[in-house]
Design a protein around this ligand. Structure first.
Ligand code: T1G
Length: 671
């Protein structure tokens, strides 16, 4: 098998080139080729300097994550990086694209680094539950200082070439299209310079204030994660006066500790799960996509407005339709307000706000949708209303237009049946706030055309959503799994638990909020029959008293003006009243019982969804809950978590509480 590494001679400069698509991951063959090439350059007296660069779209984007968990083939990346640094001849990294993780560490082993203006450099290992394991935590502080090293390693976001230049991580920014020749010229320029700058020989100045401030500032963001603290500890080690060798030994031990832990396994699982979710198993990758140049959105409420923003932000013109001028104006106003808030935070330029608003066409004229390539209905969650709309769209919209519903539960096949073009109908279930939440459930109807599905999946990527294909089933994937959790949470309330106890267990597990906090955020009155005299449940009782959640300042909790929740004595009364009225037996409820009765049933429902073919794969279910509901990434999603818990334990927990266990969960054949 030919090596992905080749060498070229340009007079006294040898260029080492990697061609390992798609991202020049530093797999064994690449590492072996690099080591051989460096030796070749050192052994050739005609060579005065070396350049390392990559073909394709990016410099090395990191170690090959697919190799993790398998026996490591020599040479390891640390060895290769040390070899580069120890070279007696200057080695120049020629950076383009994204030099990430091990890729960044290869540049740090080089004596010099040149980069294109658009290049990015980073150490995102923390997002995989790891840390830079080839000297990054020791070399970055020595070159760029503790503060930037903390940002780069413990948060994992890449920095621009300009920022890297200012920090000393890059020596020169070269031409966007002349990287190869500029790197050679730079190498020749530095060929005779001595001593060769070696990061490992520099001293990192301690900065305890920066470390303390960083820890404090990011406490909430790092809650529950193990890797950020390990990255911080390694950066501290680099600047505490320890030798480079001791720092490397510490980094290595921390790396191995994280690598063997469940959090990294979970986060690496999600890295691939997110990319796998974009693939539709039975649709060819070369299916012809439908052009989407103009989008229509029906409804300018919270959902419609948020949905519209996704397309406007991606530069796709949107026609948004409402029935009343006042609602239309309010909707357009909210869109502008959201953009202006983003601009105020410096995340958007004012001209971008105007460009987005300029691409929005608010109208009361339903017929304006006739020319749209995709129309997304985002109106009241009522089947009759949706059927009426799709019947109209069927005759109004041009042939080939995709007709999508943002329904969060209803039967997309039933909606499609109102049209003569069911193959053009699909569900696009956005999560509120639609312009923020990354998850998009793409609901595939019985007759949805493969090209329609592929078009929507590609569009999801364009609007920066993580799309997951769901089948037609009540609540699709996420909400169908949410239902048993909410039902059991109410039962636990009736049997003796409090809302705060149940929510606390979920927050301690890593969820952003528990079932009752979520109800208060979404609205206790959602789905309520609106008859305050008809009180058949705790929820009815709350809704009847206007306890609709955060929006009315009270729900399952009481809220202060900053929307801070406190347990509500009134709710305790209502609950006690219902317990008495129904004669529900009470018992001491443990936190473990709460986990077994609210989280295990979600896993069970996920297994049923897979058995029914309403999700393509277990990892898709994980992606839904991570991106749609904030399931803690370090637990990998409900299905991954169940596997790491042990299916037997989950089955035993479900049986203990009388649940019917899904066959695939019982026999461990979930996939
Ligand atoms: N290893 C293996 N495969 C990878 C990969 C990697 N590092 N990065 C990407 N891929 C695959 C990916 O699965 C997909 O495959 C294809 O490449 C395109 O990726 C020792 C231990 C570089 C910004 O964390 O952030 O170095 O689905 O769809 O949107 O200290 O990929 O086509 O079959 O994401 O253009 C550290 C991870 C590793 C970077 C490109 N590095 N990658 O984004 O394409 S750990 C990372 C990314 C490490 C050292 C440590 C992104 C990207 P398929 P893609 P993209």
């Amino acid at each position: 098998m030919t090596s992905p590494i080749r060498t070229e001679r340009h007079d006294d400069v040898m260029v080492i080139i990697s061609d390992n698509p798609p991202v020049n991951a530093l797999g064994a063959a690449v590492r072996q080729g690099l080591a051989a090439a460096i030796t070749e350059g050192l052994d050739d007296d005609a060579i005065a300097a070396m350049v390392i660069r990559c073909d394709g779209r990016t410099f090395f984007a990191g170690a090959d994550i697919t190799e993790f968990g398998k026996p490591m083939q020599e040479p390891g990346l640390p060895t290769v990086v040390d070899m580069i640094e120890a070279s007696s001849k200057p080695v120049v990294a020629a950076i383009h694209g994204t030099a990430l993780g091990g890729g960044c560490e290869v540049t740090l082993g080089c004596h010099y680094r040149v980069a294109t203006p658009s290049a990015k450099i980073g150490t995102p290992e923390v997002k995989l539950g790891l840390l830079p394991g080839a000297g990054g935590t020791q070399r970055i502080p020595r070159i760029a200082g503790v503060a930037l090293a903390l940002e780069m390693t413990a948060k994992g976001d890449p920095i621009s070439a300009k920022k890297a230049l200012d920090a000393g991580l890059v020596d020169r920014i070269v031409g966007e299209d002349t990287l190869a020749e500029d790197a050679i010229a730079f190498a020749r320029e530095m060929a005779e310079h001595r001593p060769l700058p070696r990061a490992s020989e520099k001293i990192a100045k301690p900065d305890p204030d920066a470390v303390a401030a960083f820890r404090k500032e990011n406490a909430r963001r790092f809650r529950g994660f193990e890797a950020p603290a390990a990255n911080i500890a390694c950066v501290e080690k680099a600047a505490d006066g320890s030798s480079f060798a001791d720092g490397i030994a510490f980094e290595r031990s921390e790396f191995m500790r994280l690598m063997s832990g469940t959090q990294s396994a979970a986060q690496r699982h999600l890295f691939f799960a997110e990319r796998q979710a974009a693939k539709v198993d039975d649709v060819p990758t070369d299916v012809k996509l439908r052009p989407i140049n103009k989008v229509g959105v029906i409804g300018a409420g919270t959902m419609g407005g948020g949905i519209a923003m996704n397309f406007l932000s991606a530069g796709v013109p949107v026609t948004i339709v409402e029935m009343q001028q006042e609602a239309l104006d309010r909707g357009a106003g909210v869109i502008r307000k959201n953009y202006e808030a983003t601009a105020a935070k410096g995340r958007m330029k004012p001209e971008q706000v105007e460009a987005a608003m300029g691409a929005l066409t608010p109208t009361l004229d339903f017929a304006a949708l006739a020319e749209c390539d995709l129309v997304i209905e985002a109106v009241y969650e009522n089947m009759d209303v949706k059927k009426d709309i799709f019947t109209k769209l069927d005759t109004l919209c041009k042939p080939g237009a995709i007709l999508a519903s943002n329904t969060s539960y209803l039967n997309v096949d039933e909606i499609a049946a109102c049209t003569k073009r069911p193959e053009d109908v699909v569900g696009m279930h956005f999560f509120s706030p639609a312009n923020v939440m990354k998850l998009l459930e793409v609901v595939r109807g019985e007759k949805t055309g493969p090209d329609v599905l592929a078009t929507v999946m590609a569009l999801a990527k364009k609007i920066k959503k993580v799309a997951v294909v769901a089948g037609v089933t009540y609540g699709f994937i996420g909400n169908r799994m949410l239902m048993p959790r909410q039902v059991e949470a109410m039962k636990l309330l009736m049997e003796g638990a409090t809302p705060e106890q149940i929510d606390k267990v979920h927050v301690a597990f890593g969820m952003p909020m528990g079932p009752f906090q979520m109800s208060d955020l979404a609205g206790v009155d959602i789905g309520w029959h609106r008859d305050p005299t008809r009180i058949e449940s705790i929820r009815d009782a709350l809704a009847a008293e206007g306890r609709w959640g955060q929006k009315t300042g009270k729900g399952f909790y009481d809220y202060d003006e900053k929307r801070q929740p406190t347990p509500s004595p009134r709710v305790a009364e209502i609950v006690a009243d219902f317990r008495a009225k129904t004669g529900t037996p009470q018992h001491e409820i443990t936190d473990q019982e709460i986990v077994e009765r609210t989280l295990y049933p979600m896993v069970n429902e996920g297994a049923l969804i897979l058995e029914e073919g309403k999700a393509q794969r277990a990892s898709d279910v994980d992606v839904v809950w991570i991106y749609g509901y904030g399931w803690p990434v370090y637990r990998g999603g409900p299905m991954f978590w169940a596997q790491s818990e042990g299916y037997d334990k989950v089955v035993a927990g479900l049986e203990k509480h009388g649940f019917a266990v899904a066959e695939s969960l019982r026999d461990g054949t979930i996939k």
